[in-house]
Structure formats: structure tokens, C-alpha cells
Design a protein around this ligand. Structure first.
Ligand SMILES: [Zn+2]
Length: 239
């Protein structure tokens, strides 16, 4: 009888473990988006989601901070903002955001590339690899001959539309630098909710700069792709 009781407890314990690992797995392969493209375009720059909450949805991604106070980049569960001053700061859990695209990064394929291709060439190169109907988290890590990026000044209410904000962007240029491009490929059918195509941010390896990627010339990089067709949207700002 004692033996049977022990067996029962043991089986019960395993079922619990299986349940936990299933939850962990479904969490790890879902693309999460906070707010819609429209929110960002019309100037809905104040969200309620905390960095602490966003950490439950992914450890890799891009976005921005309330008042558009910098370009957000998330890499290896480190949450950064690249400010218009060029400074890179770590974000506290209490910081609020109006827009983000994140995922728990778990590469499905990794390959290296040595080629002086510019950003538009890199897009078409990736499009030959990535299935057009899948979302892909894209990580491009290594050395670059050139990087052109931007960030944006913190905005005050009444917020202007994004197009006006971008007119005032601060542009950065880096020659011969190391770092990581972080972002996503978004399929055409998500037009309306997100920006179809590629949206990349960049962070220098020594954390001395980065921003929303405008152009680049690749030198020697490793490209990691993580595909998913599971989506979660939190559209609380859209009204
Ligand atoms: Zn961006």
C-alpha cells in the first residue's frame, strides 16, 4: 500500500512537470505585439504595459518607450533604449511602453554570410530564405562596414503623428563596427496591424550606440532565424 501511494505521488509529480514544460514551450514560440501600427502612426504614444510585463512575452525584439523616448531593442533578455543623444540605457521594469514586437528567441536556422551587401540586398537575401507566410525573428550578429541608424527625441502632448516625429529624427553613422541587428520579418497579410517587410534595430557590441536601422553594409555576420506562425496581439490602445 505504501508502495502504491508512492507511485501515485510520483506519477502526479511527472504530470505537473509535463504541464509546466508545455506552458513554457507555447510561451517560447509565440510572437507578441503590443498595440497596432495605427496607434503608432496617429501618435498614440502612451501605453500601460510595463517592461516588467513585456519580459513575460519575450527576450528578443524591438519597440519604443512612452513619449517615444528612444528606440527600444531587446537582446538576450536585456532591455535597452537608444536615445536621441546616442546614449544606450538599460530599461527598468517600471518603464511603460506604447509599442513592441517581441518573442522568446530560439533559432530554427543559423548560417554565416560574408558579403558587402547593403540593407536592401540583405532584405532580398533574407526573403529567399524566409517562408513568405511566416513571421521570422531575425538576428544578424557580427561585423559591419557601415551602419546608418536613427533615434527620436522624447515627445510631449499633444503628440504629433509619427511622420512629423520622424522629420526631426537624429541620424547616426558608424564605420567598421561590431554589433547586432535585431528585428522581424512580417508577412504581407498582417498589413493593418503591423508593418509588412523588415523592421530592424541595431545595437553596437560595446553598447555605445545603435538605433532604428536605416542602412548598413554587411562585412561578416552570423544570421539566426526563428520562425513562428503563432501570434498574440494586445490592442488595448486601439480605440
Ligand atoms: Zn524602429
Amino acid at each position: 500500500m505504501k508502495f502504491l501511494l508512492f507511485l501515485f505521488l510520483f506519477v502526479g509529480c511527472c504530470e505537473q512537470d509535463n504541464l509546466n514544460s508545455k506552458i513554457e514551450h507555447s510561451k517560447s514560440d509565440t510572437f507578441f505585439q503590443y498595440a497596432s501600427k495605427e496607434d503608432l502612426l496617429v501618435g498614440n504614444f502612451e501605453g500601460n504595459l510595463l517592461i516588467g510585463g513585456l519580459k513575460e512575452k519575450g527576450d528578443f525584439g524591438i519597440g519604443t518607450i512612452n513619449n517615444i523616448d528612444g528606440e527600444m531593442l531587446i537582446l538576450d533578455n536585456n532591455f535597452y533604449s537608444i536615445k536621441s543623444s546616442g546614449d544606450v540605457i538599460s530599461l527598468e521594469d517600471s518603464v511603460k511602453i506604447p509599442y513592441a514586437n517581441v518573442k522568446f528567441f530560439d533559432a530554427d536556422t543559423v548560417f554565416s554570410l560574408k558579403n558587402n551587401m547593403r540593407l536592401t540586398k540583405l532584405h532580398s537575401y533574407l526573403s529567399n530564405v524566409i517562408p513568405a507566410n511566416k513571421i521570422a525573428a531575425v538576428k544578424v550578429e557580427g561585423s559591419f562596414k557601415y551602419i546608418k541608424s536613427r533615434s527620436i527625441d522624447s515627445q510631449t502632448k499633444p503628440y504629433p503623428p509619427l511622420s512629423k516625429v520622424i522629420e526631426e529624427q537624429t541620424v547616426f553613422e558608424f564605420e567598421t563596427t561590431e554589433g547586432t541587428i535585431v528585428g522581424f520579418y512580417i508577412p504581407e497579410y498582417l498589413e493593418g496591424l503591423n508593418f509588412p517587410g523588415y523592421h530592424f534595430h541595431f545595437l553596437k557590441k560595446d553598447l555605445s550606440g545603435g538605433g532604428h536601422l536605416l542602412d548598413c553594409v554587411v562585412d561578416s555576420v552570423n544570421i539566426s532565424l526563428d520562425y513562428t506562425s503563432k501570434l498574440e496581439f494586445d490592442l488595448e490602445l486601439t480605440n
